[in-house]
Design a protein around this ligand. Structure first.
Ligand code: ADP
Length: 478
């Protein structure tokens, strides 16, 4: 079985969030099942630091009239997964992130940046034999890869089977209909049963409409998005395809996220010997400017600062969390009003709140290891990865009962059970109540320790997810 896996980010080449963790780990896990999985991703300048070119580039001409385009062939640092890099300097060779410019604004030509990724993937699927490799399955991820399935249907003939995974339905890749010819779509695709969404072209809808199978990253989110509360206007389409839509929980790359072997923390530790976790807590307190000898738990958050993630609830809840004896530290960036709010909270609560605005992979590891609890109060959460990392590090997750959070954390309802604390309502009151429950448990060391040990014993390795994807591929490859 050959699988072309497309994504707009993949760790360690380039990362803004959980999609990168998935695209960095799942193709390798598929290869462990003897699937010839290969990754396709734009050749952003940052990527250069991590790859090794393996073969001659392939000239693709100028498929969208956006500039000369080549496919570079490479491998990542682990040398395991072959990578196709779509190299089009006019579109990708610039400073900034994959989706936004250095000022944080969406790139004005995102339809071309990701339209070209989709087009190059479709070309490999249809003429791959020319390059000596043709996939049986195209596996797209999120809106940036949605048009490939549309091209393959439009181009007709015997075609590669297609799977499309929704990592976040909130981001839809909506563009003015005038972009249709520029991204290589025919006018007739612009309709209710095509790529049209309320008068716009939706890259996401293209993926949902034209792919053979749909998946999302947790069973609960798969159910939630089929209703109006979480469906973002696509619930009708998704409910109509419910038999082809499956929730597959993401995994954790334990080679990167394991306190027994993590170069970013001061001392290794395990469920049997938690001594190293105390050192991590001391180091985290020092790094984040928290009072070193405070008695209560440290509650950590590593997150994009958006309302999706419920960080406005945290801001409102902070004074009450402190009254209950917790210290709070947060690493993230995003909406400026939230960034400013947390900076202000830190200013007026020195030693009790630590805030770091920005993106810092090493600090994220120290946060997961050095905190006692990890708070994830999302309004919606397709899967969520930080609570999975927290579990492995014996850091007790406090999460809202939604999406993948509901599927991965079990409430410690009675002493001696569960792996964390869940709450139902996206309100500051529920956050405060849950922090209060956690502080009560934290103050009973032997009960806390057994809770940590149950959390650390949970196994969310990628193998289970890779097997579920293989089963999906097998349904559509004849
Ligand atoms: P999402 O993809 O919606 O942002 P996930 O929980 O699925 O949320 O994944 C977030 C990933 O991004 C995790 O690996 C988390 O550690 C990482 N992350 C988020 N914010 C930061 C940050 N400011 N610095 C470092 N890593 C971060």
């Amino acid at each position: 079985m050959k699988v072309l896996f497309a994504a707009s980010e993949a760790y360690p080449l380039i990362k803004t969030g959980g999609l990168a963790d998935v695209a960095g780990a799942l193709p390798a896990a598929l290869r462990d099942l003897d699937i010839d999985a290969r990754l396709i991703i734009p050749a952003y300048p940052q990527v250069e630091n991590f790859i090794k070119i393996t073969d001659e580039p392939i000239d693709l001409g100028d498929p969208l009239g956006a500039g000369p385009t080549r496919l570079l062939r490479a491998v990542g640092p682990d040398g395991k997964v072959p990578i196709f890099l779509v190299d089009c300097p006019t579109l990708y060779d610039r400073e900034g992130g994959p989706y936004v410019n250095p000022k944080g604004e969406d790139w004005a030509d995102n339809h071309l940046r990701f339209g070209l990724l989709c087009r190059a993937a479709a070309t490999i699927c249809t003429s791959g034999a020319i390059f000596g490799w043709q996939p049986d399955v195209f596996h797209g991820n999120d809106w940036q890869t949605g048009l490939t399935a549309a091209h393959l249907v439009q181009w007709g003939g015997r075609r590669t089977a297609t799977v499309f995974t929704i990592h976040n339905l909130h981001y839809q890749g909506l563009f003015d209909p005038s972009v249709l010819p520029a991204v290589g779509l025919r006018q007739e695709s612009f309709g209710l049963h095509g790529v049209e969404f309320h008068g716009m072209v939706s890259f996401l809808k293209a993926g949902l409409q034209y792919s053979d199978r749909l998946t999302t990253v947790s069973p609960t989110y798969a159910r939630e998005i089929q209703g109006p509360a979480f469906g973002r206007g696509l619930d009708g389409l998704l409910a109509g395809r419910s038999r082809e839509l499956k929730g597959v929980l993401n995994g954790v790359d334990y080679a990167l996220w394991d306190p027994a072997n993590d170069p970013a923390i001061p001392a290794s530790y395990s469920a049997k010997n938690l001594a190293g976790k105390k050192k991590a807590k001391a180091a985290l307190r020092e790094t984040m400017g928290l009072a070193p000898d405070h008695d209560g738990p440290v509650i950590g958050i590593v997150s994009r600062m958006t309302e999706q993630k419920g960080l406005d609830l945290v801001l409102a809840a902070i004074p009450h969390c402190l009254t209950q004896g917790a210290q709070v530290c947060i690493l993230g960036s995003g909406d400026s009003w939230l960034e400013d709010g947390f900076k202000f909270a830190q200013e007026i609560n020195p030693g009790m709140i630590g805030v770091r605005i920005g993106y810092d992979e090493n600090l994220a590891h120290l946060m997961v290891a050095g905190s006692d609890c990890f708070l994830v109060p999302s309004r919606f959460e397709p899967c969520g990865l930080t609570q999975l990392y927290a579990l492995r590090y014996g850091t007790i997750p406090l999460v809202r009962r939604t999406g993948g959070l509901a599927d991965t954390v079990e409430d410690a309802g009675t002493e001696g059970s569960g792996t964390g604390f869940l709450f139902d309502h996206a309100t500051p009151d529920d956050v405060v109540w849950t922090v209060g429950r956690a502080v009560d448990y934290f103050n009973k060391p032997s009960i806390w320790k057994s809770l940590q040990q149950r959390a650390m014993a949970k196994d969310f390795s990628w193998q289970r997810a890779a097997e579920a994807y293989l089963a999906t591929y097998n349904e559509i490859v004849w």
